[in-house]
Design a protein around this ligand. Structure first.
Ligand code: NAD
Length: 512
């Protein structure tokens, strides 16, 4: 088992961490606002952070704004070179940072390490991207004219992140924003600020070694009030916010009121369709990992299974048997499949959802409940459960951030797709089938309405190379791979006249 105290010391997580950092320079300790962070793993205090107030926030954004002029002047491939060094620093810190992610958030050690690997991968991706911030050249309708477009950085990018991916989501945004020439201010979740402190130490060491101004990557630790300051702040050109749909609506409204830019990555309500032609063994692995992994606390967690009536009973029985083998306990122990929920509020939401499901008529084929006794002292360990439901239940339409899996029966593929799309969210979706026609229909314009649609893969576990995000109440944002970098830049169309005349577009005559 890992030695957490040694890890905290190597990652420079002292007992009290300041409220903000503008690089290697940390804000003053502001003790009245000190906030203790407890691990959901064992309920023990890990450390303390000072929560930022308006002044702290303003200092960080001021620094980010001032540093922008110098940072945007650094050639993009050179910015990429610095991000490459960040990737290497993360490689060195991977074991420690992955373990801290696991201890502070509660996901399994394997998933904590996987999250840091995702950060390394996006650094590598961003290095390549730094040489590919391409615009198009268009044909001008006027003689001896050249028309092209180029991309410029936006300015300060504000990053609001959720507790469940405490470091990866920041890096998806920050690494691309940085190679694009922006400066960043990160407000991590108030539930997982210590991993953010660790990241800030790692990145600022690289930046200092390269003589990069302090404010290029800032960190502000605070609650939703600080997030709200960011959403309302005209100095922040883009607010990239990851979290609940409730939060996204508040942020989107505030940013829209000042006509700023927003990138939203919000809640999901993801389904897998299990067809008669599915390989049921593959479907089982995809489903159980999707529903139980991260204790059901991924935006892409599998929440609904839409199963063909001909395989319904068989697959249900396979699931019930598989759930009997799930080992729940300390996520740092690699024998366990599932760790705790983030806190006791999350446990309450889980219990409320089970009650609501039963009240609407849900039939639990695997019962839930809170685990007690040795190893479960934090009060955050729950049993993953399975209920037979109708898609129309209010609780099924809602994203409960816990390991509750809903089973729904279907007869025709059209009906299955309608059920899959019949929720307010639109993040991830999957079909398990060896039938080409069914797979292609699911992927067609008449198929899944989600940002992510998979065939013979579950709903969770995306690679960084694709654009990540979803439609409807998931917010419409795209992060990470493909051309997601464009969200962090402004496009400019340039037309150059190298003739000795001034012809107007559309042949308009304006002689005088
Ligand atoms: P949350 O909405 O409670 O908090 C997320 C972040 O938003 C935190 O930093 C919080 O301080 C901040 N915040 C909350 N209210 C705010 C407001 N009114 N104004 C500004 N900032 C505010 O979410 P959570 O519980 O930390 O995370 C779980 C949610 O995040 C789930 O809904 C999950 O699906 C979603 N999520 C989505 C993605 C994605 O990529 N689509 C990824 C991870 C998590």
């Amino acid at each position: 088992m890992v030695d957490i105290q040694k890890i905290l010391s190597r990652l420079k997580i002292n007992e009290v961490n300041p409220a903000y950092s503008t690089g290697s320079v940390w804000g003053e300790v502001n003790s009245p606002n000190a906030h203790t962070i407890y691990s959901p793993v064992d309920g023990k205090a890990i450390g303390k952070v000072n929560m930022a107030i308006g002044d702290d926030y303003n200092k960080a954004v001021d620094q980010a704004q001032q540093s922008f002029t110098a940072w945007r002047a650094v050639p993009a491939p050179r910015r990429g070179e610095i991000v490459r060094q960040v990737g290497n620093a993360l490689r060195e810190a991977k074991d420690d940072l992955g373990a801290l992610v696991s201890y502070e958030m509660g996901k399994s050690l394997q998933e904590g390490l996987g999250e840091v690997q995702e950060m390394i991968d996006i650094c590598d991706f961003a290095v390549g991207q730094s040489r590919q911030l391409y615009g198009l050249t268009m044909q001008s309708e006027r003689p001896l004219h050249r028309m092209y477009e180029q991309y410029h950085p936006l300015g300060v990018v504000g990053i609001i992140s959720a507790f469940n991916f405490p470091v990866a989501v920041w890096s998806w945004n920050a690494m691309l924003a940085l190679v694009c020439g922006n400066t960043c201010v990160w407000k991590p979740s108030e539930k997982t600020p210590l991993t953010a402190v660790a990241c800030q130490h790692i990145i600022s060491k690289v930046f200092t070694a390269n003589d990069i101004p302090e404010g290029v990557c800032c960190l502000v630790i605070g609650d939703r009030e600080v997030g709200s300051l960011m959403a309302n702040d005209p100095r922040v050109a883009l607010v990239s916010a990851t979290g609940s749909t409730r939060m996204g609506k508040a942020v989107a409204t505030a940013v829209a009121a000042r006509l700023g830019k927003v990138l939203l990555e919000l809640g999901g309500n993801n389904a897998i369709i299990i067809t008669p032609d599915a390989n049921l063994e593959m479907a089982l692995i995809g489903t159980v990992f999707g529903a139980v992994g991260t204790a059901g606390q991924r935006c892409t967690s599998t929440r609904r299974l839409i199963i063909h009536s001909s395989v319904y009973n068989d697959f249900k029985q396979k699931l019930v048997n598989a759930y009997k083998q799930i080992r729940i306990g300390n996520p740092l122990d690699s024998n366990n499949h599932m760790g705790p929920l983030i806190d006791t509020d999350a446990v309450k939401n889980y219990l409320d959802a089970i009650e609501k499901c039963k009240a609407e008529g849900g039939n639990f084929v695997v019962e839930g409940g809170v685990l007690e006794g040795e190893g479960y002292a934090s009060g955050c360990y729950v049993r993953p459960c399975i209920a037979e439901v109708e898609n129309s239940y209010a609780i099924v339409q809602h994203e409960t951030f816990a390991p509750i899996l809903y089973l729904i029966k279907y007869d025709t593929l059209d009906k299955a797709i309608a059920l899959q799309n019949g929720v307010p969210q639109g993040l991830s979706s999957a079909i398990m089938t060896n039938n080409l026609r069914e797979a292609e229909l699911f992927l067609s314009g008449a198929g899944s309405d989600c940002g992510i649609a998979n065939v013979n893969i579950g709903t969770s576990g995306a690679e960084i190379g694709g654009a990540f995000g979803g439609e409807k109440e998931t917010g419409g944002g795209r992060e990470s791979g493909s051309d997601a970098w464009k969200a962090y830049m402004r496009r400019q169309t340039n037309t150059i006249n190298y003739s000795t005349q001034l012809p107007l577009a559309q042949g308009i005559k304006f002689d005088f």
